[in-house]
Design a protein around this ligand. Structure first.
Ligand code: ADE
Length: 259
């Protein structure tokens, strides 16, 4: 550990996260870099990775079994998952999250709410999922990361933890960059450019080089609205739109639902 890291580990962790899975390395590897990696190194975030098989009781450390009613695939058994959650919860109040493709899609509003909790427990299942009785008794939230299926819940846990970590105060040094991210204000982000001012035959928009902050603000707002209208018009229904935004949207051809 470097001297710099040692100096900052005296901070009290703002959040503890326990991850339960049969491939703890997948989640640990995904979160050891960049922002979530630094948040752990400087003590703002404590993540503990656990192998669910530790809580299996048979000699083969089995955590799954065949589904009742027949069909393909295996289902995570209740006993190891329930025992693991109960043991981790015994250390204090915690919110238990199970990623699932059969759940509501995680939104930035959910992420912000989750970042206010002190202790989260993520349970990653695989195959056909988790015995429903564990969900009914021990799981507080289920979220999907999108309308597609991935091979297991581990990467979904990593995605959710990364998103939550960014919202923990102090984790992202420049909070302005979080506030301007896509979805933070309910809209998609505007386009970004850096040097050189001309690349091949493509110019950086003149307004961004004008130094006129008011023109730049308006251009960015209009671009964010235009992108949202083009790619995610559903978001406009939930977004807080002021008079200026509504005018811009009308100019962009938007038909307000009730107006
Ligand atoms: N496990 C498999 N696919 C998933 C998804 N889309 N979201 C959350 N967990 C999953």
């Amino acid at each position: 550990m470097t001297t710099q890291q040692t100096d900052t580990t005296t901070e009290v962790p703002r959040m503890r996260i326990d991850c339960l899975s049969i491939f703890p390395g997948i989640i640990a590897d995904a979160l050891k870099h960049s922002i979530p990696g630094r948040a752990q190194a400087n003590g703002l975030l404590q993540i503990h990775h656990h192998d669910l098989r530790t809580w299996a009781t048979d000699k083969h450390s089995k955590v799954d079994d065949i589904p009742y009613g027949g069909g393909v695939g295996m289902v995570f058994k209740p006993e190891p998952a329930m025992a693991a959650i109960r043991e981790l919860r015994a250390q204090g109040e915690a919110l238990v999250i199970h990623p699932s493709p059969a759940a509501p899609r995680l939104t930035q509003a959910d992420v912000i709410e989750l970042s206010g909790h002190r202790h989260l427990i993520f349970l990653a299942s695989r195959y056909e999922g988790l015995d429903q009785r564990v969900i009914d008794r021990c799981v507080d939230r289920e979220y999907s990361i999108g309308d597609y299926v991935i091979s297991g819940g581990e990467l979904a846990c990593a995605v959710m933890i990364d998103a939550v970590a960014r919202m923990v105060p102090g984790v992202v040094a420049k909070q302005a960059s979080v506030v301007e991210d896509s979805f933070y204000n309910g809209l998609l982000d505007y386009p970004h450019y850096t040097r050189p001012p001309v690349y091949e035959d493509m110019d950086v928009p003149a307004v961004l080089q004008s130094g006129n902050h008011e023109h730049i603000r308006r251009w960015r707002k209009r671009e964010a609205l235009a992108r949202t209208l083009a790619h995610r018009p559903d978001l406009l229904e939930g977004a807080e739109l002021d008079g200026e935004a509504r005018t811009m949207l009308r100019e962009l051809g938007w038909k307000p639902p009730r107006d």
